[in-house]
Ligand binder design. Structure first.
Ligand code: SER
Length: 319
């Protein structure tokens, strides 16, 4: 067991709710402080309500528990962010800068700040997008992540704050639901299949995007945070590759196990967001610096997603 006290901001979210439990296994139940702006009825452990736009609120909890690591996962995602651009910028930037600033002025030694494939835009090569590709994000969410990456590097260079970051692909898990993202369809589609409902997809059938299974996303985060400091050469954010597929490919993988499953396509504004994102990611740096290697592909993920959701819904869709 590692003797750190860890604060998770955004612990009720898609990633936070799963990561909190994994961190409890590593650091011990009492050394993980889960927090979110709303209370949690399901979390088994220490939980605090924090509005991360309020720097004092973060500071109080950091002092109360002598926190020395923060995972800052709270943000408004790509699709939701476009509904209210200025509020998205304000919230995402304020929360992120509050976390960096509290960390700098307190005993926090290490910070995890998630970035995203959304930092890229149509000036980057969209196949096998390199780590150092030009960043011209088209969404406010992507802009806030690109700015956040530079702030992460700034706090490292200027103050020595050990900020580490990953540009996540779309995250797909059975444990929790995403909210407000463009890659959310790839979670929703499994729920529809298990509920034996036709799925209405908001992206067109050929839209290929980079994705990752939750277990790999969690493992990547923990491996990056546990890597020796000297190995972390990228202080903006690491590209992270795993799998890439389009709606028609995930649908046909599901249909191998649920032959009656049907998808219809009702494309909306999220198509325009997806069209400017990478289709696949080059993650050579993450592989080289901290030995990143994904374990799950579309086939294996589909089997697990359907099995686990079936248990959840207690239905029998599988052949
Ligand atoms: N999954 C996110 C979104 O779709 C991308 O980081 O907004």
């Amino acid at each position: 067991m590692i003797n750190d006290t860890v604060l998770i901001i955004g612990a009720n979210g898609q990633l936070g709710s799963v990561l909190s439990k994994e961190l409890q296994k590593i650091h011990g139940k009492d050394n993980v402080i889960a927090s979110d702006v709303y209370s949690s009825s399901t979390f088994d452990g220490v939980f605090e309500i924090i509005d991360a736009t309020d720097i004092k609120a973060i500071e109080n909890i950091v002092n109360k528990y002598a926190v020395n690591q923060i995972y800052h996962l709270a943000a408004i995602l790509s699709a939701k962010g476009e509904k209210n651009p200025l509020r998205t910028w304000d919230l995402n930037m304020k929360m992120m800068l509050n976390v960096f600033e509290v960390s700098r002025t307190s005993n926090v030694k290490k910070v995890f700040f998630p970035s995203s494939i959304a930092v890229f835009g149509d000036k980057a090569p969209l196949e096998n997008t390199p780590q150092s590709a030009f960043l011209n994000p088209a969404t406010v969410y992507g802009m806030s992540k690109a700015a956040g990456e530079n702030w992460a590097q700034y706090y490292f260079n200027k103050y020595g704050l050990d900020v580490r970051s990953i540009r996540y692909p779309g995250i797909i898990g059975y444990q929790s639901m995403p909210g407000g993202g463009t890659t959310d369809y790839a979670v929703d589609i499994y729920h529809s299949a298990v509920k034996q409902e036709k799925y209405s997809c908001f992206l067109n059938p050929e839209t290929k995007l980079p994705m990752i299974f939750m277990d790999d996303a969690i493992r990547s985060t923990i491996e990056l945070m546990q890597a020796p400091k000297k190995n972390i050469k990228t202080r903006t954010s690491y590209n992270l590759g795993s799998m890439s597929f389009s709606p028609i490919e995930i649908a046909s993988e599901i249909q191998k196990l649920c032959p009656n499953f049907k998808v219809e396509y009702n494309v909306d504004f999220r198509q325009e967001i997806a069209d400017k994102w990478p289709k696949s990611i080059n993650d050579d740096e993450a592989r080289k610096d901290w030995n990143w290697k994904p374990k799950y592909d579309l086939k294996l993920m589909t089997v697990l997603m359907l099995e686990k959701l079936e248990e959840k819904y207690n239905t029998t869709t599988l052949k």
